[in-house]
Design a protein around this ligand. Structure first.
Ligand code: TRH
Length: 377
């Protein structure tokens, strides 16, 4: 019999929580024949990633996943074989009681945030708290052996490679978004939180001898972009030119199209968790705007990732890349660091592909979860 999975997602803010759980839910259905219910408390956030979602439905099917609205008033339901609480979200007490009522208790997993920090290797898979007799386990996605790995759908890199080798497919895709970059322009996507360093970066791109076409999906950075352009506001469809820089605002597209956008670009600025991973699968150099946390603990995560990612780079390329990432996350000194990075472009480009292939040698997160369940039975 197929195993049933319940995935619980509270949308704290932005799109990462639902982005990760929706991706995982689809993959468990498509590749592991699991029966999956995805419990989401905010269907409007979900609608951005999956426009077919009916935001008023308490239950609906999307791509083989049973999507359930997790409303404040919990309707009693039987617990699944595997229960995933994403990002330490608190399950309804009535549901936890349903877990205890099962003849065989479910496998209860806390799916944690992604981190490259060393300590997660030691904690991955360990028992966490108990609710009555039901044991919860830590599950850490990660970049190193001994972690839960990264979300990566079967055949993803093959699809990406085919697309990147097909200029017509890329032109068609971009055209569908209304994008027609000038010949020779470097294409950059920009998905980030508000960032005081943006103006300096845009200044230096505008002053460059090489044209840049910057694609900005609608979102939190648009205010900074508008300020730099000297306009009141920006929305999808806007195209503005300042010297060598063309800025184009894109609509927020479905997840699969966002992948294609990343695959088209020479360089991708991404943020949070899921877009950060997708940019790595694009095999192109990237810039990460990490999600800020209290007491700057995010800076340790940034350093941990940089330490792993820059292994194998020449010392000057490593220094340039680290300088750029730190400048972006400090919101300062982008011009000098962007120019320094340009000198190492071929090396950084080759490295991005090599990193992607190395990461793809690890089992993906859906596989490690399914294996964890099989070993646990
Ligand atoms: O949106 P994010 O910043 O999300 C989060 C949340 O803030 C969360 O609370 C925090 O814990 C986490 O980051 C680390 O960034 P992220 O993770 O990249 O999620 C964005 C999702 O949106 C991702 O699945 C990609 C998707 N996306 C599209 O589907 N279409 C688009 O056009 C764009 C720009 C993104």
């Amino acid at each position: 019999m197929k195993a049933s999975w319940d995935i619980f997602c509270t949308v704290v803010d932005n799109y990462g929580d639902i982005g990760v759980t929706w991706r995982l839910a689809r993959q468990l259905v498509a590749e592991h024949q699991c029966v999956v219910r995805l419990w989401v408390d905010d269907l409007r956030a979900f609608e951005h990633l999956c426009p077919e979602v009916d935001v008023n439905a308490s239950q609906q099917w999307q791509q083989g996943v049973e999507v359930c609205h997790w409303s404040a008033e919990w309707q009693s339901t039987a617990a699944a074989d595997v229960v995933i609480a994403a990002f330490a979200c608190q399950l309804p007490t009535a549901y936890m009681d349903a877990m205890t009522a099962r003849e065989k208790p479910p496998l209860w997993i806390n799916l944690d945030y992604l981190s490259a920090e060393e300590w997660i290797v030691g904690c991955h898979g360990l028992p966490s708290v108990k609710y009555k007799h039901v044991q919860k386990y830590f599950f850490f996605p990660g970049f190193q052996a001994g972690t839960g790995g990264l979300l990566r759908e079967a055949g993803l890199l093959e699809r990406r490679r085919q697309f990147q080798q097909d200029p017509q497919a890329q032109r068609d895709f971009l055209q569908g978004l209304g994008v027609a970059p000038a010949a020779g322009a470097q294409l950059i996507s920009l998905f980030a939180y508000e960032n005081a360093g943006l103006a300096g970066w845009l200044d230096v791109m505008a002053a460059d001898s090489t044209p840049t076409h910057l694609l900005v999906p609608e979102g939190r950075i648009l205010g900074d972009v508008a300020r730099w352009l000297g306009v009141d506001g920006l929305s999808a469809g806007a195209v503005l030119v300042r010297d060598a820089l063309t800025v184009q605002v894109l609509p927020f597209v479905r997840q699969d199209d966002y992948d294609r956008l990343l695959w088209c670009c020479d360089f991708n600025a991404v943020r949070g968790e899921d877009s950060f991973v997708r940019a790595q699968w694009a095999g192109r150099p990237l810039l990460w705007h990490i999600y800020q946390q209290e007491e700057d603990v995010h800076l340790d995560k940034l350093d941990a990732f940089l330490a792993l990612y820059t292994e194998g780079l020449s010392p000057p390329a490593k220094e340039a890349l680290e300088g750029l990432w730190r400048a972006w996350n400090a919101g300062d000194k982008m011009p000098e660091h962007w120019l320094a990075t340009q000198k190492h472009w071929p090396e950084l480009t080759a490295h991005a592909e090599a990193w992607c292939l190395e990461q793809a040698l690890q089992a993906d997160l859906a596989v490690t979860l399914v294996q964890f369940y099989r070993n646990w039975i």
